[in-house]
Design a protein around this ligand. Sequence first.
Ligand code: ADP
Length: 616
Amino acid sequence: MLGAASLPIPPTPSWPEVYSGIPARLADIAAQTKEKIFSQRTLPRAAERTQAEELPILPPEITRERFNEAVAELRKDIGEKNVELNDKPLIDGWYMEHPNTHDAFHIMEQDDTVSSATVYPGSTEEVQTVVRWANKYLIPIYPISMGRNLGYGGAAPRIRGAVVLDLGRRMDKVLKIDPDNCSCLVEPGVSYFALYEAVQATGYPLWIDTPDLGGGSVLGNAVDRGVGYTPYGDHFGCHCGMEVVLPTGEVVRTGMGALPGKNGEDNPCWQSFQYGYGPYSDGIFTQSNFGIVTKMGFWLMPATDHTSYMITFRDEDQYPEIMSTIRPLAINKVLGNVPQLRHVIQELAVTGKPKSYFYDGPGQIPREVIRKWAKEMPCGDCSWVFYGTVYGPDEFRRGQLEIIRREFGKIDGSRLMLPEELPEDHYLHSRVAVCSGVPVLRELDWLQWLPNGAHLFFAPIAPTSGEDVKRLFELCRKRHEEYGIDLFPTLCVASRESHVIVNLVYDRSSKESKAKAYNCLRAMIADAAAEGYGEYRTHILFSDQVAGTYNWNNNALMRMNEALKDALDPNGILAPGKNGIWPKRFRGKGWEILAGDQRTSSLPAIVKEPAAGEKL
Ligand code: ADP
């Protein structure tokens, strides 16, 4: 066992020395955050692997001899140091020093979703080499950009023993920033932190759009259809052009990129017009396993003035009224960005103090205890907190704020506050940064809620309507009570729909805590589907269940996805099972984990072979 929480805490790697490191402007905050996280950790920093299994864990259906032969060939092709075996202790690390060997936020055993090896290609050509190699040996590969997709599986492959294709480490260039077209072209290893610094260094008055945390890959987040909070918060919607290596090793460019520019240059409209000619193919390379994206263009927002604000609402049951106020304001674009509506419990959690600081009883923190603490905080004794931002010149913002004040003012007991009215360390200041495209680290603070804190997301989509959100909250409330988990709901409102994001925080050292979060999530997915609501994104181990809820007309959509998968990836080597899409080679062989499944590892359940003459 390597160390315990009391060991000295080494500094966080810095950017640009390390592509995934922290920029100098956030070094102190990273040091403080890291210290807080490790002070809450009782698990050893690195866990020895069990002796029961020979390491590395092999991909399915391959002998160790053949695997070793394959690895030796890959090392010859793309360099000895660019292929690492996963045979050492597993280290969960933390957000800024996350592993690419397994899911740092393991919800089953730590070594359940492990890879056999990691490979680091340095170019699109090397990605093609790896893909052809995988086809030769029938070894599943799993592409990641940065692998910071924590809460959704991190860097972990869906198939135990797959080879992780870590694109970010050597493909980390901002290839272009165009100040006139207001766009950029990036490789997978460019984090929001890095893109922000690169844009700042040019001096162009441009903004990026960042999610709550800035360490993720700009490209990786967009292919997983993540969101941010400026008017450019729909990351896939604001992308323009891709370069993709297909599972057979062929490279395609989408949109205008398919039309060669003069003298072999990139097409001049590649980052200007999204659609090009013919079927719009970009969508099939998001939340899928149809290709490996090696370059991606994005639009950048012209910098503008902005004002963030927060509005508190008194009563727990006011949210239908709040939603009915939000929808017309959002559709009419009076709300300038993707605002968030959070339950007041999150005001406690984002202070970075553990739950035990507020309450040391068993089960859920009682509502009266939350109220008692909220009373002493700037938000006061409220139930919901709305964070929004308006953009543009002074007179625009003043006008928008006036309407916002007036409309929300109709809700009894609501109160609007501006950043200057709040203490320096209040969370609103972090929203000011995020909502003006400045990536931060603050959102990690609520992970301190439990020791060894990790989280899963339940992320259904609801119409922006009081009735719908009420139905969803009620089912979440019921299941959270049943499993004794604190309910942390946040609504990210994109006018006609809202991403209802529920963070399930659990203690990685406790089987019981994990099982509660796991079962609660499975139950909520099923409950929501029964009411007609589905998730926009989910953890790799829940993707079969979620994909299975999108089953209109006898699973027509999945049957189409499977037809695409089999056509594009005949050997089934690219991320089998990702987003619930299984290639022919694995399909129906017990890998799918569906609602009510009791298995405790991601390995395939034993499927009964049909008896002679028995119909499947
Ligand atoms: P981030 O570091 O931005 O959070 P990840 O690298 O963890 O993102 O990737 C998020 C998801 O997108 C994962 O499911 C991963 O398999 C997929 N993904 C990431 N990069 C690529 C890529 N370049 N091509 C195809 N899929 C990718």
